[in-house]
Design a protein. Structure first.
Length: 229
């Protein structure tokens, strides 16, 4: 996402999930499931709009984002609004944890398969097309994977902060890495460490875990800036 200059797309998609979360809360369903269903619909709309207009992806995401945000605030019950915005990792069950791990492994496997094509398309879409790569299809798969990651992260840090969970570890890894392998490996490690330290501080202080995870991730980013100097 950073390479494609789409870092804020993850943040915007977190808000696109709000109506789905609201419907899930109203019908006593898992909010990640509701979030993903609505995210999937949002992604399809963005992809269709992208094929019919010359507007950049981030602009189209912005249109869907503000419309979804308005709908979400209308239908989410006020008592559950804070949890929807900031998440609550203490409410994540063991079954949901196992499902999240399985889906994360599946997402990593798919990304590994399409990774070379994504990198080539980000460098030059014309060159990618000349190599027989279906760029539009790759972009759709890519956006669906982002939606899945956002849906999984919402339970941990909420729709308001999930973009930071996606963006900051990658930005930190970019400061520290010297090649693409170090870039994506570092992103994974830093994301995991941010969650572990955030949860540890949550256990010690009782403060909300979601914001703590993001603050720990931000501290890592600041340290990476100092190391870069």
């Amino acid at each position: 996402m950073l390479t494609k200059r789409m870092a804020l797309v993850g943040d915007a998609l977190g808000h696109v999930a709000l109506p789905g979360m609201g419907l899930a809360l109203l019908f006593n369903l898992d909010i990640s499931l509701g979030a993903f269903i609505f995210l999937f619909l949002g992604i399809l709309l963005i992809w269709l709009f992208e094929m019919r207009t010359s507007l950049p992806t981030e602009a189209l995401v912005g249109v869907i984002f503000v419309a979804s945000l308005a709908i979400g605030f209308l239908i989410i019950p006020k008592l559950e609004l804070l949890e929807a915005l900031f998440g609550d990792i203490s409410e994540v069950s063991l079954a949901m944890t196992v499902v999240s791990v399985i889906f994360s492994i599946l997402i990593f496997w798919i990304i590994k398969k399409i990774y070379p094509n994504l990198i080539l398309a980000s460098v030059s879409s014309d060159l990618a097309k000349s190599e027989g790569i279906k760029v539009k299809k790759q972009n759709l798969i890519y956006l669906i994977l982002i939606a899945a990651i956002v849906a999984l992260g919402i339970k941990i840090v909420g729709s308001l902060l999930v973009g930071a969970l996606v963006i900051i570890p990658a930005a930190t890894a970019r400061n520290l890495s010297k090649n693409l392998k170090g870039y994506y490996t570092g992103s994974i490690i830093l994301g995991v460490l941010s969650c572990l330290f955030g949860i540890f501080i949550f256990k010690l202080t009782g403060l909300p875990a979601g914001p703590l995870i993001i603050l720990v991730s931000t501290v890592f980013f600041i340290i990476s800036l100092a190391s870069k100097k």
